[in-house]
Design a protein around this ligand. Structure first.
Ligand code: ATP
Ligand code: MG
Length: 381
């Protein structure tokens, strides 16, 4: 990318509405632009980061045999009426009436749609387990959208759904996703803290949130120091959940080795058995030809929250510090030469070599002064 082609407008002052550093830096470096309350446009620089994050998440989901697909953003209300959530979801759901007076909604989550879809394609135990996911925009009419993309109304989520024959199999699947989530966040250069969680509107009785440590996080956390000191990707679910972690009111500060900190929720997984398969009359036939209601789980990651969360966790001295895996550019080339001189030619040559080797560097080819060129590159990534 040549800087002269990049759409950006470097702001010196932080816009007044931006209360936390990630929101300030994302606006100041032209990563995002607010369209209206809680709804953002991802500008070229922000979009590059978002795509990098999406790809790391995608690779990790694919690795555990999860199939990527893409469901629509707009859903029919029929299935939600069957599951009982059309009435329960309340004002966070954006409800739409079309020209035929049909009730539609902008999906806040997809348990109903995926259960209905699964029923059409799998009818035997032989088709289980099945893991499906998509990375799609969601809408939740949050009462107080704030902190930029951290709590938006329209936001990008990776949501996966699992189907298993028995409760035991579903628990094995849950453990698989749990460990895959730890690896995903480690691959993103983050320190994840898994916390046993309440299940809210999704339901069920087993659930974990994945928090990343940041001073500006909305959740207060108490956790075993081992969770950050040991290599989580080598540990089993049992070993990790035996370590202590809790959020908000559940904190027992008296335990030794407990660290108190703040976290940002970047992922949330649920195991909820037959909460949706039962009302939606989804079943498969087992080996004896008997109808069995499959056991489900769902697994979310806040894709568009992550760029902000990464900035909060990593920033240093008003500069964003992107981990290598998500940085918008691996290399900056600051051309300090003038038209046709040796430095100018060298910068262009290096740029070409990197492009030909599938590395996208940022080439500052503008006519700004050297000092402002250095500042801009520092500001952008
Ligand atoms: P929160 O507790 O932050 O409101 P939630 O529990 O309602 O989130 P989930 O249904 O668990 O959210 O959604 C999965 C993930 O999507 C969350 O872990 C979070 O990272 C992200 N997410 C949820 N709501 C928002 C939002 N309004 N803006 C951006 N990301 C969000
Ligand atoms: Mg949650």
């Amino acid at each position: 990318m040549k800087l002269s082609n990049l759409l950006f407008n470097s702001l010196k002052e932080s816009p007044k509405e931006a209360k936390i550093i990630s929101h300030q830096l994302m606006l100041r470096s032209s990563m995002i632009r607010q369209h209206t309350s809680g709804i953002y446009t991802w500008l070229p620089l922000g979009f590059k980061v978002l795509k990098n994050i999406e790809n790391i998440i995608r690779n990790n989901q694919d690795e555990i045999g999860c199939n990527e697909m893409l469901m629509s953003t707009i859903q029919s209300s029929e299935l939600w009426k069957k599951s009982g959530r059309y009435a329960d979801y309340g004002k966070e759901m954006l409800r739409i009436t079309d020209r035929h007076d049909s009730d539609l909604l902008y999906g806040p989550t997809n348990e109903e749609v995926i259960t209905d879809l699964f029923s059409d394609y799998v009818n035997s135990y032989k088709g289980l387990p099945k893991y499906l996911y998509h990375i799609q925009w969601k809408f939740r009419d949050e009462i107080r959208p704030r902190f930029g993309v951290m709590r938006g109304r329209e936001f990008l989520m990776k949501d996966a759904y699992s189907f298993d024959l028995t409760e035991e199999d579903a628990f094995e699947t849950y453990k698989k996703f749990f460990r895959s989530y730890l690896k995903t966040f480690l691959d993103l250069g983050l320190q994840p803290i898994p916390v046993k969680a309440a299940t809210g509107a999704i339901g069920g009785d087993l659930s974990h949130e994945f928090q990343i440590l940041a001073n500006t996080g909305e959740s207060e956390l108490a956790y075993d120091s081992q969770l950050v000191d040991s290599n989580l990707s080598e540990k089993s679910y049992e070993e990790i959940t035996a370590m202590y972690s809790a959020s908000d009111e559940m904190i027992d500060k008296s335990k030794s080795d407990v660290i108190i900190g703040r976290g940002i929720e970047v992922g949330h997984i649920f195991n909820f058995g037959t909460k949706y398969t039962k009302p939606l009359e989804c079943f498969v036939l087992n080996q004896d030809g008997k109808r069995i209601t499959p056991h489900m789980g769902s697994y979310g990651i806040g894709v568009s929250r992550l760029p902000a969360a990464i900035i909060e966790a990593k920033y240093n001295n008003e500069y964003m510090k992107w981990p290598k895996s998500v940085t918008p550019f691996q290399v900056a080339i600051i051309n300090l030469g003038k038209n046709g001189d040796e430095a100018d030619q060298k910068s262009k040559d290096i740029y070409e070599v990197l492009i030909n080797n599938h590395i996208d560097p940022l080439l500052d080819d503008t006519s700004e002064s050297p000092s402002s060129k250095f500042k801009i590159s520092l500001k952008l990534f």
